[in-house]
Design a protein around this ligand. Structure first.
Ligand SMILES: Cc1ncc(COP(=O)(O)O)c(C=O)c1O
Length: 390
């Protein structure tokens, strides 16, 4: 074999029987082969297991899918290149022309865009309500055959807690599928509820380091089986190296989520006692309007703390610019703390009444609490509140 040939067919190093790595290898390959044409054809006919092309399946992404399904308490999972990829592919795969969706004003802006603009172009209609308006949901489901009820809990940015038992009961009674974007609550919560489909951004808590993007849809196996072909055709596959990074992130998922949530609670308590703060939104505070529901539904209240500054827009600018440990950046769930101002929260296309439902005021700040020392974060927030003249 000449050297140009050899570099394309390098020596193969296989582990001897009884010898294995503690960290699974990354199958950083697009293609897999079988020993014979007969075996290849048997695979293509679905008569034998294996892997063939990584857009459809890959052992590293499959390892991640199996772990995520177990964490969320369902049978199966498909991973995608981003959270929005999981949402868009799920919406496209589950709906057809003439279908109707019930969804909520408090939902992540790009999801609302996908339902309104993208699905709207294909003749899918929707009713947009407040996630607190259960009577409205009941009326919408009675008025029209509905394919999906799509919701989030807690919501972004003011952490409203959706009544998951009520929403899933109403959806099931109406023959609609319930889809919950569970990114904020995380992979270990809400699995005991009768939710048909969970979607997640793995970019957030699952990876935890802010260095990789990914998404997941998690459901019972017959639903995932129905989605798998469309997902392969839509093509938003997660790369095996990204899957590896997310698998590595998941090893510290519980430690991070719980430590960051405990820190968030202490910061929420600090803010609640500060004279410059008109209102704090955190499900773990007894003053949160749905605290009792949060206690029923959640074991950890998450890392997002939002609050309204009495000083309005001017105070928000001074506060955000004075923080030293919080980056002015999008996303959440990473180890570093972040801050968002109303201008960074989107929702400009909403009517005045819908914006009122979102509860974002000129003075609203969203903090995403990282893994820094809690006292350092509180000191930084205290300094910035003073500098804001608030
Ligand atoms: C609730 C929620 N869902 C989905 C996404 C989208 O995830 P990604 O950025 O991985 O596409 C986000 C991102 O902020 C989010 O907050």
């Amino acid at each position: 074999m000449k050297k140009p040939t050899r570099v394309n067919h390098p020596p193969c190093v296989e582990l001897p029987p009884g010898n294995r790595p503690l960290v699974a290898p990354i199958y950083q390959t697009v293609k897999f082969e079988f020993d014979t044409l007969e075996a290849t054809e048997a695979y293509l006919r679905g008569e034998r297991p294996g892997f063939f092309y990584s857009r459809a399946s890959n052992p590293t992404t499959r390892e991640l899918e199996l772990l995520l399904a177990e964490l969320q308490g369902r049978d199966d999972c498909l991973v995608t290149a981003s959270g929005v990829g999981a949402i868009s592919q799920t919406l496209l795969a589950l709906t057809k022309q003439g279908d109707h969706i019930v969804c909520f004003v408090e939902t992540y802006n790009p999801t609302r865009y996908l339902i309104r603009r993208l699905l709207g172009r294909f003749g899918v209609t929707h009713t947009l309500l407040s996630v607190e308006d259960l009577a409205g949901v009941e009326r919408a489901l009675a008025a029209q055959a509905t394919r999906l009820v799509y919701f989030e809990s807690p919501t972004n940015p003011v952490t409203k807690v959706a009544d998951i038992a009520a929403l899933t009961r109403l959806a099931r009674a109406a023959g609609a599928l319930s889809v919950l974007d569970n990114t904020f609550a995380g992979l270990h919560q809400h699995g005991g509820y009768d939710v048909d489909v969970f979607v997640h951004s793995l970019t957030k808590y699952a990876s935890g380091s802010g260095d990789v993007m990914g998404g997941a849809v998690i459901a019972r196996s017959e639903l995932i089986r129905a989605l798998r072909t469309d997902f392969g055709a839509l093509g938003g596959t997660l790369d095996p190296h990204a899957a590896f990074l997310i698998l590595r992130g998941l090893k510290t998922y519980f430690v991070r989520y719980r430590t960051q949530s405990a820190s968030a609670l202490r910061i929420a308590q600090f803010l609640a006692e500060h004279a410059a703060v008109a209102r704090v939104h955190y499900p773990g505070l007894p003053t949160h309007p749905q605290h009792a529901l949060a206690l029923q539904q959640m074991q950890d209240f998450g890392t997002i703390v939002s609050f309204d500054l009495r000083g309005g827009a001017g105070a928000v600018r001074r506060f955000a610019d004075s923080l030293e440990l919080f980056a002015l950046a999008a996303s959440l769930g990473s180890t570093e703390s972040l801050v968002l101002t109303p201008q960074m929260m989107g929702g400009r296309e909403l009517s005045a009444e819908q914006q009122r439902i979102c509860a974002i005021t000129d003075g609203t700040i969203r903090l995403s609490i990282g893994l820094e020392d809690t006292e350092d974060l509180i000191a930084d927030i205290g300094r910035a509140l003073s500098a804001a003249g608030a």
